[in-house]
Design a protein around this ligand. Structure first.
Ligand SMILES: Nc1ncnc2c1ncn2[C@@H]1O[C@H](COP(=O)(O)OP(=O)(O)O)[C@@H](O)[C@H]1O
Ligand SMILES: [Mg+2]
Length: 480
């Protein structure tokens, strides 16, 4: 996640398509021409040098001039190529935003504003593109001028030598032919080298990604879980700040979540609940303190092994293109039809899946746009259930469900978790969702301001009381 925040999506896409294409084109041209041209050039050069016409200096002059022109163009154009790739990133990101935010843009009648944004990005890249193309275009007539100038020089000096009776007319003709071949060879190489600056910029951009050190890596001496415990999570004085931020988002969090128990997190939005829960699968590493599972610091075990233990349900249900079945099997390719059925039943997805004409083989479009938010959440939950993990992580995963479905789902889910003895970490907005949790942790601005059961917290924790009284009626508060 840290690496991903550094490079945004649009630049990653440009770098994996456009930039790679530039490098590819330059390489293909180089292989074709840079291998072929020197053979021709050297052969012609040998003939030129052994010829009796004493005019090799003319060729040398021409080559030097060609190289200087190319150098000048390189120096002028090279920085522009860098800008050009940046602007391509920009254009991509504008277009992406346009497409992703289409509904919002329409709803707020901002087509014109967005059109202008696109227009600006487009004009910027056009201006730079025109400049570089013009610089390149100028090279062609300059080259032609140099070549024809060379022919003229050879004829001029050659004719004098013929006049003096030193050489034959035929020798001049032959010399001219060979001279052209030498110059052509150089020209071809320069034409190819025009592509090199651009490819070079692209190669550097690709390299920047390849050489970025992963911020989350496996320890050299990875340890394995020994299998005595199953899913005991312990936070010890954990503090966390996002890379580059200057303030801790989480401060000094300590608690233990035990197998077969539900540990719930509650707090206002922005209090750091998602951040806390994302530390468990190591989407980020803690800044201070440690998190251990079954007695092993999670930084010392293999990421694959760690994540194998975890069934993660993100805040926003995310489905991948395919079918309902393929999405569920994503967690466990060997799941049987009974497993799928069970998971659909627990996650309360069964009724809506059964109404689909193809049932579990109903197609899901990219990003899951053809199911509702609540259905997406339920399928995400079913996917986690199929994995039969030791640890469940629910990040506000019931938020898009109506109260009735939420209650039914939670009841079934808790039954199943108690049966398998899974550890459950659950973030919720609604107090009703966590009333029966074994342990509730109240977060406020990244600090733990309360820990205990509902009964304990309602007496002792002021922030919890405030949340509770804003959501529950007096009778409900008195009842539990
Ligand atoms: N990727 C990120 N980079 C920097 N800051 C972030 C990032 N994600 C969240 N935050 C900040 O962390 C705080 C807690 O966010 P979050 O854990 O999502 O809260 P919650 O889930 O409790 O609503 C917020 O103030 C938010 O601005
Ligand atoms: Mg959140």
């Amino acid at each position: 996640n840290e690496n991903f925040n550094k490079f945004n999506t649009s630049t990653l896409i440009t770098r994996t398509t456009n930039d790679i294409q530039q490098v590819q084109m330059a390489l293909v041209m180089m292989l074709r021409i840079v291998v072929y041209a020197p053979i021709m050039g050297i052969g012609a050069l040998l003939h030129v040098m052994s010829s009796e016409a004493n005019m090799t200096w003319i060729i040398a002059l021409c080559v030097v001039l060609i190289l200087s022109v190319v150098m000048v163009v390189f120096i002028v154009v090279m920085p522009k190529f860098k800008i050009m790739q940046k602007l391509t990133d920009k254009l991509n990101s504008v277009v992406r935003e346009l497409l992703d935010g289409m509904l919002v843009i329409r709803a707020f009648n901002n087509e014109k504003v967005e059109e202008e944004k696109f227009d600006k990005a487009n004009m910027d890249i056009t201006k730079v593109g025109l400049f570089t193309s013009r610089a390149m275009a100028i090279m062609m007539p300059v080259m032609m001028f140099l070549m024809n100038g060379t022919t003229l020089l050879i004829l001029w000096f050659g004719s004098k030598q013929v006049d003096a009776g030193m050489i034959q007319v035929g020798s001049i003709m032959a010399f001219m032919q060979y001279a052209m071949q030498v110059i052509m060879a150089f020209l071809m190489i320069t034409v190819v080298s025009i592509m090199i600056p651009r490819a070079n910029v692209s190669a550097l951009r690709i390299n920047e990604i390849l050489t970025t050190n992963l911020s989350i890596t496996d320890d050299e001496h990875v340890q394995s879980f020994d299998g005595n415990e199953h899913g005991t999570i312990r936070f010890e004085n954990v503090s966390f700040r996002y890379p580059g931020a200057d303030e801790d988002i989480l401060t000094d969090i300590s608690f233990e979540a035990k197998p077969g128990e539900v540990t719930a997190f509650i707090g206002s939005t922005g209090s750091g609940k998602s951040t806390l829960i994302n530390l468990v699968p190591r989407f980020y590493d803690v800044s201070e303190g440690s998190i251990s599972i079954d007695g092993k610091d999670i930084r010392n075990v293999e990421q694959k092994e760690l994540r194998n233990k975890i069934g993660y349900v993100p805040q926003k249900g995310i489905l991948l293109a395919g079918t309902i079945r393929s999405n569920l099997l994503y967690a466990n390719p060997n799941a049987s039809d009974e497993d799928i059925d069970e998971a659909l039943r627990i996650s309360q997805s069964k009724e809506f899946v059964d109404t689909k004409p193809l049932g579990v083989d109903e197609p899901i479009s990219q990003g899951g746009t053809n199911v509702s938010g609540g259905q997406k959440q339920r399928l995400s939950i079913a996917r986690a259930i199929i994995k039969k993990p030791e640890i469940y992580i629910f990040d506000d995963s019931f938020s898009a469900l109506d109260f009735k479905t939420d209650a039914a789902l939670r009841e079934e889910l808790m039954k199943s978790c108690k049966k398998t003895g899974s550890t459950v970490l659950l973030v919720a907005q609604r107090i009703s969702s966590i009333l029966h949790a074994d342990q509730i942790i109240v977060l406020d601005e990244g600090r733990m301001v309360g820990k205990g059961t509902h009964q304990e917290l309602i007496k002792s924790c002021r922030i919890y009381q405030e949340i509770a009284s804003s959501q529950l009626s007096k009778e409900e508060l008195a009842n539990v």
